[in-house]
Design a protein around this ligand. Sequence first.
Ligand SMILES: *Cc1c(COP(=O)(O)O)cnc(C)c1O
Length: 386
Amino acid sequence: MSEHFIPLSVPNFSGNEKQYVNDAVISEWVSTGGSKVTDFEEKIAEYTHMPRAVACNSGTSGLHLALLAAGVGAGDEVLAPTLTFIAAVNPIRYVGAQPVFIGCGESLCLCPDLAREWLADHTEMRGGKCTNKRTGAHVKALMVVHVFGNMAAMPALVQLCGEYGLTLIEDATEALGTTYTEGPYKGRMAGTIGDIGVYSFNGNKIITTGAGGMVVSNHADWAAHAKHLSTQAKADELQFLHDEIGYNYRMTNLQAALGLAQLEQLEGFIAHKHKMYGFYRERLDGKNGFRILPFRAGVRSNQWFYSLYLEDARHERDAVIAALREKKIQTRPVWALIHEQADYGTCERFGTQLAEDFRAKIVNLPCSTNLTEEDAQRVVDALLAL
Ligand SMILES: *Cc1c(COP(=O)(O)O)cnc(C)c1O
């Protein structure tokens, strides 16, 4: 019997997706107008316990809007992770600012201790602004990514940003549903703790709208501004008056229809992610030179992506990936580090050693919300045979 292909991460449309999308088509509201967009915004606001959510057409556009709403602009500098997908960093450049790359901690997320060390050594207060002593630029914000759905160290980051007057922007594109279960932020979700946060509904995220994003903020005026910018900054509907440079970033009604159906299933998807994470962990952690990296304690993570860590040097990342591909199992390495990418090679970076280790030794395992135990067992068997 020829074995079927096991993908890394595919969407799961087993709910009301077809019905809601059909409703949108029948209503002829397929574009950025339409009640499903505001419905979806309200439901995400409710789910994340935020006063408001602003829907947009991708996580990347959401991050761009977040930086604009935060007033990050030309000549500013933003502390950012190097271990991330590049869409967390490119929007810093869209607004004319520069990233300063900071390494990660064991959580894979930007390390507050490294950020503190860099800030202490490389900045001073000038005119009340945290200023890079070398470049003279205003270090205005810190962009943290909740990598693979793991919660970043938010209490330490909030403290640090408070001390240095930095705006804290959360790229929670991978972390919808990740929630503190203890500590000072008990009950608070990734994306809702800093000044402004962004979710993504790209096809590989925990829920999808095909492409889409959502901005939430603890500053009501920032959320309102993000919405305004996403809708071409139209100040007068009838007269087509625009009061600043806006963008065509609004989510469509078709996307929102998909999102509403997906959101109904989110908690079920998270439960499945937990079950399959446990399945891999039990069979692979500490076995055959492998570790399954943990998620932060004191947090109900959405456990979006699972990280196999190749602890034993006899396992080489690309060889492992190739051996699994031979068996029709799709895996992938963690992203190439951003400070090594074409347009970021000259940027300042600090403490990137652990990120380099993770880059060399992590392989992400199949984690779809419809992954079966039979398929996961095939992945386990293939790995234990190496
Ligand atoms: C997916 C993702 C984004 C971008 O989201 P899109 O919806 O694909 O534009 C940004 N940052 C990280 C870390 C992501 O994983």
